[in-house]
Design a protein around this ligand. Sequence first.
Ligand code: HEC
Ligand SMILES: [Cu+2]
Length: 312
Amino acid sequence: MSRIGAEDHSTFSPVGPKADFSTTAWWLLFGVAAFVCVVVIALVVGAMISRRKAAKVREGEAKGFVMTFGVVIPAVVLAATFALSVAGIAKNAKPSRPAALKVQVVGHQWWWEVRYPDSGAVTANEIHVPLGTPVELQLTSDDVIHSFWVPAIMPKLDLIPGHTNDTWMTVDDAGTYRGQCAEYCGLQHAHMAFTVVAEPEAKFQQWLGDQADPAVQPTTAEERKGYDVLTSGSCASCHTVRGTPADGKVGPDLTHLADRSRLAAETIPNDRGHLGGWIANSQQIKPGNKMPPQPLSPGDLTAVITYLESLK
Ligand code: HEC
Ligand SMILES: [Cu+2]
């Protein structure tokens, strides 16, 4: 998968109805503000040029001018833009048709747990959705307040511990769109990104089916060794690999790790080198994150990498 371009992380390239509204509202507010700014500057310049004439203006005239341009017109402009915002919020409160799919997103310091409760699929930092279909989102947090923001798709919404925020998204153009935590949540807040992958229904269903399956069995001796390291070592106390005894709940579900394109909330690519570096000492890559360095022997480390790379 290619790296994501700026247009896939921008409010100015909307790919869904919610971001469409944000973009339209932004341009409208910008236009109104720019127009007002130009008018005010023109008045100031005008006043400077005809300074002497202004001194002769009678008191009543000045009052009328101030009332019109200082009170009435600003009130009308502000009321109109406020009404537009409220209308947009109301229009986007619900999708145009009922959502066909439910996705639960749980914020963690500093990664995103993604669950598809109807199929049992669980993944991290990568949300796949079918194209053009409203998706129900249930957002909550496991620790502090985070904020879910995908500029090209939808505005921000907080993930709050002990509370679920219901919302929805529809993506109309196929592609990969970057999202980011938008509420400061601690040391690695900046490395708490994710992607939304919008794909045609058939491709999505295939992906969802694959993610819902338990992990593949190790086939080679090296994979079996890696399986043993993962299930009997410390990894299992923090990570789940469905279909194995590893059922830790602290870190991301690793059942289909090899399907993800990046690791650690979009911080590093998912390849052999980065994977090894991450497991040996993730603190060097993402200082302060909740996975301590793992002092494995070189043989155990390569075996666990090989096993994780087989988890398609
Ligand atoms: C104390 C808990 C803990 C232990 C023990 C632990 N991890 Fe982690 N692991 C985490 C957390 C938390 C993250 C998420 C870090 C982040 O992105 O901020 C993580 C992330 C990962 C990731 C990246 C997953 C992704 O999708 O981005 C891999 C791979 C991984 N761990 C493998 C391992 C292996 C292999 C072991 C054992 C050798 C291990 N971990 C031991 C907590 C742990
Ligand atoms: Cu954050």
